[in-house]
Design a protein around this ligand. Structure first.
Ligand SMILES: *[C@@H]1O[C@H](CO)[C@@H](O)[C@H](O)[C@H]1NC(C)=O
Ligand SMILES: *[C@@H]1O[C@H](CO)[C@@H](O)[C@H](O)[C@H]1NC(C)=O
Ligand SMILES: *[C@@H]1O[C@H](CO)[C@@H](O)[C@H](O)[C@H]1NC(C)=O
Ligand SMILES: *[C@@H]1O[C@H](CO)[C@@H](O)[C@H](O)[C@H]1NC(C)=O
Ligand SMILES: *[C@@H]1O[C@H](CO)[C@@H](O)[C@H](O)[C@H]1NC(C)=O
Ligand SMILES: *[C@@H]1O[C@H](CO)[C@@H](O)[C@H](O)[C@H]1NC(C)=O
Ligand SMILES: *[C@@H]1O[C@H](CO)[C@@H](O)[C@H](O)[C@H]1NC(C)=O
Length: 341
């Protein structure tokens, strides 16, 4: 033991130590390899395996093998057919003249690292080392929560993912759709506009797989109402004033006749709000109803208004039937005129 100390540095030492422990060689007694340059150290190609899969570690034997072992770093997994590892995922596959193969099932990140096969032959000791590399599909572990901001705010979205190799990122605005510049875990949106509201998609990708998640940005802004169109209604008929407001969050509406607030059910009028639209309906327009109406749309960020004039319309002149009749007559006249030639 004194030769190497407990924490073995070189693999050659390790092999000697392991074998001493293994076969209870008294310290000090010569072991074939001790202190000479007779050991063969071979490095095999790295083995790349995905998390959850099974990896086989195969070690050629040959010559007359007296002792053989597989080690994970400095701990013995198998010494010949004796299992030293307590890990149930590790098991013996083949042990014969040609090969000594063990397998590790359901590999995980912690299994990554060097594995050594140490072989003691009649001639000289030999080690074969192989590096296991574990690949892990990306998983988005920390994505910004959906946010609600006011127009003009600076917004940063974050999307953190685990995975091996390190995942790379792309960002996309789904609706309205568009790819975004960031190739990073972070997406900066300076002074966000209402057009930039929507569903953002973060994609984390590495050599083996992809993970996608989405996050919603809501952009609040003050209402803007479309200009009111004056409406002509015949006395005793039904009339409707429509007020449309673009706002987030949705606006509340107020209707005024000049300076007087109108409430639902008031004087045979009905106010009906549906999302962006508010309708003021007169079921039976009377003389007193003609006049100037104002609609105000309000949300927590502000308000906007527009005015309408409800005016008297002559019972006949505006009606569709009259128009159609006029046009039909005109067309017939033109037709007759043309047919003369
Ligand atoms: C094996 O993997 C190790 C650790 O990632 C690396 O340093 C080494 O260059 C790789 N060797 C080969 C042959 O790919
Ligand atoms: C290999 O060693 C590492 C570090 O001690 C340990 O976390 C891992 O579980 C071991 N793997 C096997 C298959 O023994
Ligand atoms: C997610 O990121 C935030 C901000 O960097 C951090 O405070 C939080 O601890 C992270 N959560 C997890 C689960 O990593
Ligand atoms: C947004 O960022 C710009 C540039 O960094 C800064 O000048 C501005 O004050 C920020 N706006 C807000 C609302 O924080
Ligand atoms: C409309 O109002 C007038 C006057 O109040 C009334 O004479 C008429 O019957 C009403 N018409 C309808 C359809 O209710
Ligand atoms: C209607 O009322 C609004 C608000 O009082 C006013 O600004 C507008 O000029 C009026 N329109 C007409 C045609 O009188
Ligand atoms: C209607 O909007 C104008 C600006 O567009 C504003 O000056 C006025 O005060 C508003 N009227 C009401 C009743 O909110």
């Amino acid at each position: 033991m004194g030769v190497c100390g407990y924490f073995v540095v070189s693999w050659k030492c390790l092999v000697v130590l392991s074998f001493r422990v293994l076969f209870l060689v008294p310290p000090g007694l010569p072991v074939h390899s001790q202190g000479d340059s007779q050991t063969d150290n071979k490095v095999m190609d790295n083995i790349t395996v995905r998390q959850g899969e099974t990896v086989f570690l195969r070690c050629p034997q040959g010559d007359i093998v007296t002792h053989t072992a597989w080690l994970n770093r400095s701990s013995i997994l198998y010494a010949g057919e004796d299992k030293w590892s307590v890990d149930p995922r590790v098991s013996l596959v083949t042990l014969n003249q040609e090969e000594f193969t063990i397998k590790i099932e359901d590999v995980d990140m912690t299994d990554e690292g060097p594995y050594i096969c140490a072989v003691q032959t009649s001639r000289r000791p030999r080690t074969t080392s192989v590096h296991i590399l574990i690949q892990v599909p990306p998983t988005i572990i920390n994505l910004s929560k959906g946010i609600v901001v006011n127009e003009g705010s600076n917004v940063t979205l974050m999307c953190q993912a685990s995975g091996k190799p390190e995942p790379s990122f792309t960002w996309k605005l789904l609706s309205p759709s568009g790819d975004l510049a960031s190739e990073d875990e972070y997406l900066d949106i300076p002074s966000i506009s209402r057009q930039r509201a929507g569903t953002y998609e973060c994609t984390a990708v590495n050599d083996i797989a992809t993970d996608v998640q989405t996050v919603e940005i809501t952009v609040n802004y003050a209402p803007s109402v479309s200009e009111g169109r004056d409406v002509g209604v015949t006395l005793g008929q039904r009339g409707v004033l429509e007020c449309e407001a673009d706002a987030v969050p949705e606006a509340d509406f107020e209707w005024y006749r000049d300076d007087r607030r109108i409430f639902n059910g008031f004087d045979g009028m009905e106010i009906e709000d549906a999302g962006q639209l508010s309708k003021l309906t007169f079921f039976n327009v009377s003389e007193a109803d003609y006049g100037n109406y104002t609609c105000i749309a309000i949300n927590k960020l502000g308000s906007s208004n527009t005015s309408f004039v409800l005016y008297v319309q002559d019972g006949n002149s505006g009606s569709m039937g009259t128009h159609v009749h006029t046009y039909t007559c005109l067309l017939l006249a033109i037709l007759q005129f043309l047919l003369r030639f």
